[in-house]
Write a protein that binds this ligand. Sequence first.
Ligand code: SAH
Length: 355
Amino acid sequence: MTLKSRTVARIHQDGPITVADFMATCLLHPTHGYYTTRDPLGAGGDFTTAPEISQMFGELIGLCLAQSWLDQGAPTPFTLAELGPGRGTLMADALRATKAVPGFHAAARLTLIEASPVLRRAQSERLSNHAPLWLDTCAELPDQPLYLIANEFFDALPIRQFQRDGVGWRERHVGQSDGHLRFGLGPPVMPATLSHRLDDTKDGDLVETCAPAQGIITELARRIAGFGGAALLVDYGDWRSLGDTLQAVKGHRPVDILSDPGQADLTAHVDFEALAMAAKAAGCGHSRLTPQGVFLDRLGIATRAQALAKGQTPEVQAAITSAQQRLTEPDKMGILFKVLGLNPVQGPLLPGLTP
Ligand code: SAH
C-alpha cells in the first residue's frame, strides 16, 4: 500500500488533515517517509545543498563557530551540534578546518540531531573519528555551552497555513475526493498566535506558522542564554512569512505537492522573525538577518577559494570559482538563503554577523 492510498484512506475515515500533518507524514512516516527511506542529496538525488556544492561552506562555518568559542573564553566541555546533518559533509569540513584551533576538538562533544536512519548511517561513515552522539530531539541536549549549526533544517519542519478571511482565518487542509488528495479550507478560526498578523494582511492572504521550529529554538536559546554558546541558522526564507511557500521537489525539479506523497522533498520558507522572537523570549540575543552571500564574503570565501585554486588545473580552478559564485551571488543562493545567529545577550556576536 502506497503512502498516498494510506493517506486517502485515513482522510476518508477521519476527515481532512492539516498541512503540517500532511508534511510530517510525507517526510517522516516510519516506513514510507521521504527522509526515512532515502538519501535525497546530491546530483543523483532530488536537491543539492551548500555543503554538497563546496567544502568552503562547512570550513567557514566551522571556523566561525570556533572563533565564537574562543571569543567566549573557550568553555570546556561544550556541545558541538548540528541539526539535520544530511550526509555529514558540512560537519566533516568544519572539523577538518578547525583541527588547528587549540583545544577546540578536545573540548567538543559532537552531537547530531537526525531523524533519518539512512542519513544517520551516512553521518556515521563520515564522522566516526569524532564518536558522534545521535539524539532525536533538541530537548535531549545537555545543559552545557552549545555551539550549533543548522543548514536547510528548519525548512523541512511541518508548517500550518492560514488564509485570511475577514477578521479571522481559515486553515488550509488536505482532504480527499475520488481517491485523490485535494487542498481545502477549514472553518473560520482566530488563533492567538496570528493576532499580530491582522494588521499587515488582507482578505485572501496566506500566512504560515511552524510550531516545531519555535519549540526547537526555545531549547537552543535556553542553553545558549544559560551556559554560553552560539547557533548559526542558515535557510531560505525571509524576516516574515507571507504567501504560500510550500513546495515539492523531485529530481531537482518542482513537482505537484499532493500527487505522490513521500516520493518528493517537501519544504517551506523559514519565517526568521518567528525564530528570532522565540530566541528573545527565551532570553537569548540574535543577529540581524544576513544574506548568505554577504555572510560568506565577510568570512573570507574569496581568499579561501584562491587558496584552494592555487596550483590546480584550469578545470578545477573554474569549478572552485563556479561554486563560490553559486553560494554567494545574488541571483543564485546569495540572497534567497539567509543566516540568523543566536548568541548570549551580553556575549560577542558571531563573526560575519551584525546586531
Ligand atoms: N544540513 C544538510 C541536510 C539538509 S536536508 C545539508 O545542508 O546538506 C534536511 C536534514 O534534516 C536531513 O538530514 C533530514 O533527515 C533532517 N531532518 C528533517 N526533519 C527532521 C526532524 N524533524 N528531526 C531531525 N532531523 C530532521
